[in-house]
Structure formats: structure tokens, C-alpha cells
Design a binder for this molecule. Structure first.
Ligand code: AMP
Length: 372
């Protein structure tokens, strides 16, 4: 239990992107004061916050300035400077701590932790340097994927290892820094679940959702995952509870999984609200952003209920322009525009959520002109 932090206390968010924006929107609705640290002028989160400290995340003085003005600190992405964050705890509470962040930004530490908890993962082997690639391939087998242990996201920092012709490319990646070789899982679909632990240490698990990717980037989330057998749903809820309890979790954690013919394999943890949880804003009694704020502020969270099925789709790059133009024809859309100044290809600029009973209809409703 932590002492509850109630409005008008100040929540400082490190990072001012869309996750920070939606966290700030939840916090503002509850009456908190919100500050944001982000280098971009008028960052998405800063547009809805009380103040922005405009500086780089790696700027220790700026982080400390945010901490001094905050009662509680949180972050919206993994790559925050750990030493700076530890130091910032002198001035403001950091209920999530730094252990979770250290764990989830290192794929090897993360998978090792999951394995220790009895959570199924793909087979993997450490590749600390280029010379370890061949031994790791013998351990894991092919097909496999070599990933940098830190810094990779959305398919960046990854090399497919299928044949001996791929070894040189793998060694080149491993020469740049420590890597992990993972078995390529033949999955039927990708699933995820959000979990949190409230101010009374009660674990709350969101519904399991199905995610569809394009070019390694999340494109569509179907909530709840259609046709998920009850025993698989229970297994995932149990895994999420095990992980949240082992971590003494505060805030929301996203768990990405593969569903195979034989079961569930956990791929990755995200120590924050997750893109695949955006549907919860409209479809659940409490959204993932509400849950994150309540958890870090030490407040209770009731059981999470999904009130209606929903589909969320990301608006990447030019999708946003097309969706803005099409919106007048779509009264069913919950239209989210993150207010980013620059439209760049593949950049997450907004999302759409639609709610209703028939998933096929929902999937159709979020299609933009020319898509099928
Ligand atoms: P990650 O960078 O680990 O989040 O992976 C991004 C995407 O790559 C995942 O959503 C999967 O579609 C794919 N992927 C990553 N790891 C594996 C794996 N071990 N087996 C099969 N596909 C994977």
C-alpha cells in the first residue's frame, strides 16, 4: 500500500507523445495538475497539460526540475535515463520504481525473468558479441530472429536468421552491441493484455485483445480477441497476475503474446500503457490510462469490465489526412488526433475506435477509402 496521492497534486510525465497525452487527459479529468518533459515544442501531451518543461529526456537538470514541481513521476516510454530517474526520486515519488524499467528495456533480462516465473517464452540464447552468433544458432535452431537487447522497437534492430546466408548480417548486428537470438514462433495470431495493481495491491487484468500488424507496426486491435477459448483467457489472466505480482507492479503493464497451435508464448512487456489498450478509453469502465493514474496515485481500481466489443485502428502517416477528410461520413468513429505537428510516413498520428457487437462490421467501419 502507498499513501494515496489525490488532486490537485502534480503528476510529472516524462515524455510528451500520445501515451503521455492520453495519460494527461485522464489525470486532468480527475483533477490532477500535470507537467510534461519533452523536447518538442507544444508536444502532444503538453497541449493538454498544465505545463511543459521543454528539454531533452537525457537532460538531468530538466528531469530534476520536473521532479521538483511534481508529487509523483511517471514515464510514457522505456528509454528514460535510469540514473537520472533514480536521482529524481529525491524530489518526487516514483511508484513504478526503476527496476521494472531496467528489466523491460533489456530483452535478455526480460525473457530470463519471464522464464524464472514459469511464463512460456520462445527459446532464446544470449549473443553478447558477434563471436557468439553461431553457438546461439546451434542452441536455438532456425528459423530465428536476432534482436538487439536494448533500443529496438517495431522491428528495428532485428535480423532474420533462416539460412547460413544470414549469419554475416547477424554477426554485423551483434558486433554493434549485445543481442538475443530468439526462435521464430509460428504463431496463429498476436494477442496482448494490460494489467495493473491498484493502491490496495489488488491485481486488475484487462480483456485479452487480438493485434494485427502491418510492416511490424500495430495496425488494428480487436477487443476482446474473437473466439478465444475460455481456458486460454484464464491462462493469460493467470500469467498476467503472476507477472504483476512478481514485479510488485505499479502503473499499467502491457504484455504482448503469440498464440500458437499449442498455447501461449509471451514476447514482450511494456512498462506503460500500450497502443493495443487504446480501445479501453471508450469500451471499458476504466481505461488503461485511468488505471495507470489510479495505480501510481495509490488509489483503488474496481474489476475492469468491457462494456462493448470494440476495434481500434492506428492512423499512420497519411492515414490521418484521409481520416480527417472521411470523418464527416463516420458518425460511429471515436476520432483521436494526437496533435503532432509533422505528418511523417509510418508515424503514429492518431487512432480510431468503433464499438458495437459485430466485429466484421467494426473492422469494415475503420477502413479508409481504397482499403479492403
Ligand atoms: P518486437 O520488436 O519483439 O516487439 O517484435 C515486433 C514484431 O515482430 C512482433 O509483433 C512479431 O510480429 C514479430 N516477432 C518478434 N519476435 C518474434 C518471434 N520470436 N517469433 C515470431 N515473430 C516475432
Amino acid at each position: 500500500m502507498i499513501k494515496p496521492i489525490v488532486p490537485p497534486a502534480t503528476i510529472g510525465i516524462v515524455g510528451g507523445g500520445q501515451l503521455g497525452r492520453m495519460l494527461a487527459q485522464s489525470a486532468k479529468q480527475m483533477g490532477y495538475t500535470v507537467g510534461v518533459l519533452d523536447p518538442t515544442p507544444d508536444a502532444p501531451a503538453a497541449q493538454v497539460a498544465d505545463f511543459q518543461i521543454q528539454s531533452d529526456y537525457a537532460d538531468m537538470d530538466a528531469l530534476l526540475a520536473l521532479a521538483k514541481r511534481s508529487d509523483v513521476l511517471t514515464y510514457e516510454f522505456e528509454n528514460v535515463d535510469l540514473a537520472a530517474l533514480k536521482h529524481a526520486q529525491t524530489y518526487a515519488a516514483l511508484p513504478q520504481g526503476t527496476h521494472l524499467l531496467a528489466l523491460t528495456r533489456d530483452r535478455l533480462a526480460e525473457k530470463t525473468f519471464l522464464r524464472e516465473q514459469g511464463v512460456p517464452t520462445a527459446n532464446f540464447a544470449a549473443v553478447p558479441e558477434a563471436g557468439a552468433v553461431v553457438t546461439a544458432i546451434h542452441t536455438v535452431g532456425v528459423p530465428a530472429i536476432l534482436k538487439t537487447t536494448t533500443g529496438g522497437y517495431d522491428g528495428h534492430g532485428q535480423v532474420d536468421v533462416n539460412t547460413s546466408a544470414d549469419v554475416a548480417a547477424a554477426q554485423a548486428l551483434a558486433a554493434k552491441g549485445p543481442c538475443i537470438l530468439e526462435e521464430r514462433v509460428a504463431f496463429a495470431r498476436e494477442l496482448s493484455v494490460m494489467v495493473t495493481r491498484d493502491g490496495h495491491d489488488v491485481v486488475r487484468v484487462f480483456p485479452v485483445v487480438e493485434n494485427r500488424h502491418q510492416d511490424h507496426i500495430l495496425h488494428t486491435t480487436i477487443a476482446p480477441a474473437p473466439d478465444l477459448p475460455a481456458h486460454v483467457r484464464q491462462q493469460i489472466t493467470q500469467l498476467a497476475t503472476t507477472i504483476a505480482t512478481a514485479l510488485n507492479l505499479r502503473g499499467v503493464l502491457g504484455i504482448e503474446m503469440f498464440a500458437t497451435a499449442t498455447g501461449i508464448v509471451v514476447n514482450e512487456l511494456a512498462p506503460r500503457p500500450h497502443n493495443s489498450g487504446h480501445y479501453s478509453i471508450e469500451a471499458c469502465n476504466f481505461s488503461q490510462f485511468d488505471a495507470h493514474i489510479l495505480s501510481i496515485c495509490g488509489l483503488p481500481i474496481p474489476p475492469i469490465q468491457q462494456l462493448t466489443p470494440a476495434v481500434m485502428r492506428n492512423l499512420l502517416g497519411a492515414d490521418l489526412t484521409a481520416a480527417r477528410a472521411a470523418w464527416p461520413q463516420h458518425p460511429e468513429w471515436h476520432f483521436h488526433d494526437y496533435g503532432k505537428a509533422e505528418i511523417r510516413p509510418q508515424r503514429k498520428l492518431g487512432h480510431l475506435t468503433v464499438c458495437g457487437a459485430a466485429v466484421e462490421t467494426l473492422l469494415h467501419q475503420v477502413q479508409l477509402e481504397g482499403e479492403n
